[in-house]
Ligand binder design. Structure first.
Ligand code: NAG
Ligand code: NAG
Ligand code: NAG
Ligand code: NAG
Ligand code: NAG
Length: 334
């Protein structure tokens, strides 16, 4: 049986919405005397204001100053040897963690402030990066280990290897402790043999009297008299099993001119007196030529190349019976 109210009695409307709150029961209208209860949504707590209201006879809900504030999680703004990025330590925010160089994140990189005001995961820490003692490649020795921690290495520490004699290194001789707590790739030491060097024509080569020649072994080259070595005297067995060079012996040149004054090593000399045996491979002599119009002389070079020398075309051999003619070498330089 419905109770009848006087005409001035009104129903209450749907109650005002308060952020992050819920109303029980929630309806579009309430009879006077009906009661509603506000509560904060999970993750929020009531800060000020009333929570329980009764619909008055006037039909107007009283002013409600209820405030639901997000739950606050414990302070987490400091990470030793790292950094925290956050906007607020409250529901439902997340905060992120990073570590400084040389440290790794021991734990999660992000936590969320939960409804209950606790962090979703234990807070992480930044632990120093440690590498185990490095392994030594086969046929190698550890030359240098820069280590800041006992029996282990920390980020950016290095180790340097040497290969045993006869072995050549492939890869970097230096390894480094990385941010992953492992070392960069180990180098490899491989045995390297070089073939016996071949004796050059008109010369010789000396090398260790062993049954084989290995990486870094050396050979010495030389030439017989009047021959000149083209290349270095000493060659070395390289890491790819080849010698650093293969020198050869180059022949000296007889000069196909009986008499002439020439420039040789900056000096005026005569072929008949000073260069009877010719010049060595690579050496240069300068011949004097005449400029008929201007009655002067100039020089042109000739180089000995492995027994061959080309006499400049402008050069004319001075015949001794043409005594009235002058030798080009005695003329004024042009
Ligand atoms: C945390 O990291 C996530 C994913 O990278 C990103 O979307 C978010 O904006 C970061 N939060 C803060 C507070 O930096
Ligand atoms: C990682 O963190 C846990 C707990 O904070 C700690 O017990 C452990 O020693 C840390 N590990 C390293 C390698 O520092
Ligand atoms: C380092 O290694 C040496 C020899 O293996 C050992 O005696 C020593 O206890 C180790 N030190 C640490 C801190 O592990
Ligand atoms: C070898 O490694 C060291 C350290 O990581 C680096 O500084 C160097 O550039 C590397 N050398 C070569 C030839 O790659
Ligand atoms: C070191 O560890 C990282 C991450 O696990 C991996 O990607 C890398 O290949 C490792 N490096 C070496 C040389 O094993």
């Amino acid at each position: 049986m419905k109770i009848l109210f006087p005409y001035f009695v009104s129903a209450c409307p749907r109650p005002p919405e308060i952020p992050f709150s819920i109303v029980v029961p929630l309806k579009f209208s309430y009879e006077p005397g009906e009661t509603i209860v506000y509560s904060c949504k999970p993750g929020y707590v009531a800060q000020t204001g009333m929570r329980r209201f009764t619909c008055p006879l006037t039909g107007f809900w009283p002013i409600n100053s209820l405030k639901c504030k997000p739950r606050v999680c414990p302070f987490a703004g400091i990470l030793q040897n790292g950094a925290v990025s956050y906007t607020a330590f409250q529901y439902p925010n997340s905060i992120n963690f990073t570590c400084n160089k040389g440290f790794y994140l021991n734990g999660t990189d992000s936590v969320k402030c939960m409804e209950d005001g606790k962090w979703s995961h234990p807070l992480p820490n930044c632990s120093p990066i440690i590498c185990p003692p490095p392994s030594i490649p086969n046929f190698a020795t550890l030359k240098l280990l820069k280590s800041s921690v006992e029996n282990s290495s920390s980020y950016q520490d290095t180790a340097v290897f040497d290969c045993l004699p006869h072995y050549a290194m492939f890869g970097n001789d230096t390894i480094r402790c990385t941010e992953h707590g492992n070392w960069t790739e180990l180098p490899e030491c491989r045995e390297v043999k070089c073939p016996f060097p071949t004796r050059p024509d008109n010369g010789f080569v000396n090398y260790p009297a062993n049954h084989a020649l290995f990486y870094k072994d050396k050979a010495i080259y030389g030439c017989h008299e009047t021959y000149v070595l083209d290349g270095p005297e000493e060659v070395e067995c390289g890491k790819f099993g080849t010698w650093s060079a293969s020198p050869t012996c180059k022949a000296s040149c007889k000069i196909p001119v009986k008499k002439a004054t020439v420039l040789y090593k900056g000096q005026k000399v005569t072929i008949q007196d000073n260069l009877k045996n010719g010049i060595l491979h690579g050496e240069v002599i300068s011949f004097f030529c005449k400029n008929k119009e201007r009655k002067c002389s100039y020089t042109e070079d000739a180089q000995c190349l492995d027994g061959n020398i080309e006499i400049p075309k402008c050069f004319k051999e001075h015949s001794s019976w043409a005594f009235w003619k002058s030798d080009a070498a005695s003329k004024q330089p042009c």
